[in-house]
Design a protein around this ligand. Sequence first.
Ligand code: C2E
Ligand code: CA
Ligand code: CA
Length: 669
Amino acid sequence: MFFNLKLYLAAAAQLFRVPTDPDLTRAQFDAFSKQIPLLYFILITNSVAVAYTYVPLAPVWLSVIVPALLVSVAGFRTFWWLRQRHVVRSDADILRNLRLTNRIAAPISAGFAVWAFSLYPYGDAFAKSHVAFYMAVTVIGCIFSLMHLRSAALIVTLVVDVPYVLFFFATGEPTLEAMAVNNLLVTGAMVTVLVIYYRDFADLVSSRKSLIAQQEATQALSDENFRLANLDSLTELPNRRRFFAELSSAFADAERRSVRLAVGIIDLDGFKPINDNYGHSVGDRVLIEAGRRIRDVCEGFAANRVAFARLGGDEFGLVVCGDPADQDLLELGQRIGERVKLPYQIDTAHTALSCSIGFAVFPESATDAEALYECADYSLYHAKRHMRGRTVIFSSELEAEIRSRGVIENLLRTSDFATEMHLVFQPIVDAMSERTSGFEVLSRWNSPRLGLVSPADFIPAAERIGLIRPLTQALLVRALAAAKTWPDDIRVSFNLSAHDVCASDGILPLIAIINASGLSPRRIDFEITETAVTFDFTRAQQSIAALKAMGCGISLDDFGTGYSSLSHVHRLPLDKIKVDRSFVADVNENPVSHKIIKSLTGLCADMEMACVVEGVETRAQLDSLRRLGCDYIQGYYFAKPMPESTIADYLAAEAKRLGEGAQRAKIPA
Ligand code: C2E
Ligand code: CA
Ligand code: CA
């Protein structure tokens, strides 16, 4: 029982205290600061009216001085509250101010109540009723205005109403007694409304609070989803999706501000062998490390803001904002290249990488983001093919090249091999005897639209559009048919592309053509480039073994270009090495070219391979090459590639020159 009473008392005391929940007090403070000036307005106007009634009746100090003091306190508080509307306050500040309001509610209301009671004895019946009216109306007004601060409203009610009822009952005046009872009932009803309203208000604040918390949780979850959807799971760098989002917004911005914007694509050189030799887990860690290094360079690049992402595989993308100059891009590319090149030590594996970068710049290269990316991709392709490990910026020359590539590809697709393609033959001559030992077959395309197109252009185009294998097969049939008409000791040398050598169904179609030709495979050489071999070494090895098994010879073409790896020479059953013509041009002027050819002829001799040198144009070159020990010579010095119809005459003339007229005379015309 006693315990219950204590609980009730504690609960009742709670009613008169300011709550501590910061969200509730803040909401109270906001609502309150708007209403409190009204409260003081009610208080001041009511008090002035009463004072006015009593000026002729009561002494000046009571009818003028005291109310003037009370009204100035009220005025000061009004002014203070009006100023609160524009002040940003901390939670603690708000709580302190509400508590202060709570504390001064009692003395202020007591001050006005005591003043009113003191006037009462001086009044006549009307004036006395005015006091009763004044106090009742003012309390109701106060309860109303203090709705949001329940504690203060209850304090004011208690401080004014309890003495009010007691005082007016004590007068014994029936009218005033009725007013006291009336006031008691109305205030009771008002307090009930207040309690209900205040509870709803507190609930509203707390439900708003939980709604906000819920919204925040949902937002956090969707932020996290967004982050994950835009992150590459291996490197934790922004992913392809993020890259294209970044590109499109940066593009719109650059377009709006009419400034330059660059897109860069980075491709790691030499990553595939790392994966093949050390396994995927080392490969993954090398990728993570390379990504981290590139990101560091981008973040530390002061000249421009650089967004960086992994596009997939060993490809990364850059968006360079802030009006970058070409010089900035080249510098960024160089810094990235230098960092990527530093050695990688993963577990016991020591590896090295480099990277090629292609850039394209808005507005010079393209007018939309997608085309800009494609231009960057083309620059990268160009870098990988011709400038490995370097940075290439898309230019008008590259653009012209793309155009002509597109045209060549389209016309090649619809070309008729039988009528548009033909073959020419270039002699391969024995360096010592100067006798033709065979002919290399070179293809020519006479396009009705483009005229003569170089094989250096249409062979790669045929590779890109997947036409190279039917083309090779058609040409091989014709080349072998031609060779069959030559003397038995003349060989034919035929170029194969990487796609022929590395096709999944092997070189079976070519074997079938050789068998059907009726020409001895021992008279055929196939020329294969190093690039074809590096494309897929295992497949290339199988194809070469199959051709060797038939009796064909294999020549490694264009040796010395690309990234020559002597291991290919060791691991493949080669018969000849064809030294690229770039070493021949200056063999008499440049000691380096001289030395390279010398060491190559030495290598061929050691490995029992023949050494063929291409592109010999002068007698002086021929003499030097003979001294250096080259076995065969090919080049304009002896003959340019010639049509099939002139071969008989050419060989006859050669035989005559060499005094072997009788020998070569049996060539069919
Ligand atoms: P390649 O196999 O290195 O052929 C040698 C190229 O050098 C030929 O150019 C030839 O005309 C040229 N050449 C020969 N002697 C000299 C010389 O003394 N000086 C100079 N400046 N050039 C000389 P072509 O015919 O334009 O062929 C270019 C390349 O196209 C060939 O290089 C070869 O890789 C490829 N190719 C040509 N025909 C075929 C083919 O039927 N199939 C395949 N897969 N590739 C072919
Ligand atoms: Ca060749
Ligand atoms: Ca060659």
